[in-house]
Design a binder for this molecule. Structure first.
Ligand code: MN
Ligand code: MN
Length: 460
């Protein structure tokens, strides 16, 4: 070997070093992943789909006091923890992948429905960090749950060929004033109102008169027929608008996937599948699918919630160990996406230290903003362990930071695991168009991320 071969790092795309049959496996994995995205357009839908898939593989709902090797627990149908016991006791440490299943979206306000200028509309309150103009004119669909007065839950999801909803935008012909404004000011949150109807209720006697809200009444009649709800029931509802349509291949070479919600369902799916597929793990494997990451991991379903500790404490106690000692011996990949270098916008990235599409999962030593603020910043010891684990499993991986130092920033759930004294580092799929209605990943990166998570679960 030459000096050059020994001393220099040679970044190479994953395609260049595929093992026999790997591309075919990556493509098959991509098909299953796209089906998961279509079934999991909201965190509730993700939990339901993950539970279905887990039960098919012999996982059962956690039943304290019984001996279980494959089980799960959920919180409000929005956060899920899957556990598979290893041959070692839990006190020897867990192998955890924690990903999130909430994605930026448009939530409805508590009293959303109103009528104006011949339209019925929903008032909204966006969720997570979005560039609001991405969501104008995009076809949207309504999803969520409504609890009726008597406490009956009604789940709301589009039917086959359901009409789409949309937020209108100014036509370019009349956009002169709008174009002069800064993007941050041109699209106020209060203007993101969703058009839902135009036809007045026909059952009321007499013709429609201005101000009689008969279009709003018609929309409520429709919701009442379909879901049994009244306007009061918005009080106990969680409804949101997400992009309509299915996940699809992207690129003339079909090497990529274009779909809503890949932050962070690409990592969530990879984690879940890696746990399912791990043969006879030595350490207890845990897959956490958390909610609320996009708004700071808050709430009983977010990564800061003691829900996860409550479940894991039960596992430890049943095996005669303590949760704290178990955490201290655990190792975790915080599975979250990062930005892929974008040739259209190279100026926001340091090309040498930014994840590249097609180069495998990106390991992020630090996230946060400015001077690494809000990051758990993994130690060299954790990086060394990660490196040996991934190289040992022949995973094609890369390192990177989220864009240029002072360009902005972002966080993940990693710091909430570190807070629990769990050794953790971020490992995730590079994404283009992050937080837009259509996010893009490379199929090979999704597959190599699955292999990275499998390496953790198969740790010996
Ligand atoms: Mn994320
Ligand atoms: Mn995000």
């Amino acid at each position: 070997m030459s000096k050059r071969d020994i001393l220099l790092r040679k970044p190479a795309p994953a395609y260049g070093r595929l093992r026999e049959g790997a591309w075919e496996r990556a493509e098959a994995f991509a098909e299953e992943y796209k089906a998961f995205l279509d079934a999991g357009k909201t965190e509730r839908n993700c939990v339901r789909e993950a539970v279905l898939q887990a039960e098919k593989r012999g996982y059962a709902r956690l039943a304290p006091g019984t001996a279980q090797t494959h089980f799960y627990a959920e919180r409000h149908g929005k956060a899920l923890i899957l556990v598979r016991t290893g041959t070692k006791p839990a006190a020897a440490g867990l192998r955890i992948v924690a990903a999130h299943i909430d994605s930026p979206r448009i939530d409805l306000k508590p009293y959303p429905l109103y009528e104006k200028d011949g339209f019925a509309l929903f008032k909204t309150h966006y969720y997570g960090g979005i560039k609001k103009y991405h969501w104008l004119t995009a076809p949207l669909e309504l999803r969520g749950v409504v609890y009726l007065r008597d406490g009956t839950a009604v789940s709301i999801a589009p039917a086959e060929n359901e009409p789409v909803l949309f937020i209108s935008d100014v036509l370019p012909h009349l956009g002169k004033e709008q174009e002069k404004k800064a993007v941050s000011e041109a699209f106020p949150g209060e203007s993101l109102n969703v058009t839902v109807g135009t036809v007045p209720d026909r059952e009321e006697a007499g013709g429609p008169a201005p101000g009689d809200e008969r279009i709003k009444l018609a929309v409520l009649s429709l919701l009442n027929r379909r879901y049994g709800m009244t306007e009061h029931d918005f009080q106990s509802a969680e409804l949101c608008l997400v992009p309509a349509g299915r996940a699809r291949d992207a690129g003339l070479d079909a090497s990529m996937i274009a779909a809503y919600g890949q932050d962070d369902r690409s990592c969530a799916y990879a984690a879940m599948r890696a746990l399912f597929d791990a043969p006879e793990p030595e350490y207890t494997g845990v897959c956490i699918l958390a909610d609320k990451e996009e708004i700071g991991s808050e709430g009983v379903t977010g990564m800061q919630s003691a829900f996860f500790d409550t479940v894991l404490e039960g596992v430890c106690l049943s095996q005669g160990g303590t949760l704290r000692e178990c955490y201290q011996n655990s190792f975790c990949f915080s599975g979250d996406v990062t930005n892929a270098f974008d040739p259209n916008f190279p100026d926001v990235s340091d090309p040498q230290n930014n994840a590249r599409l097609g180069y495998g999962p990106c390991v992020m030593k630090a996230t946060g903003r400015g001077g690494k603020s809000g990051s758990s910043d993994a130690s060299a010891e954790t990086m060394s362990r990660t490196r040996r684990l991934l190289d040992g499993a022949d995973v094609c991986w890369q390192m990177g930071e989220l864009g240029k130092v002072d360009a902005g920033g972002g966080g993940t759930v990693a710091k909430y695991l570190a807070m629990r004294n769990i050794e953790v580092v971020d490992v995730g799929v590079p994404v283009l168009n992050m937080h837009a209605p259509t996010e893009v990943t490379a199929k090979i990166d999704c597959f190599e991320t699955y292999r990275a998570f499998a390496a953790l679960y198969n740790d010996r």
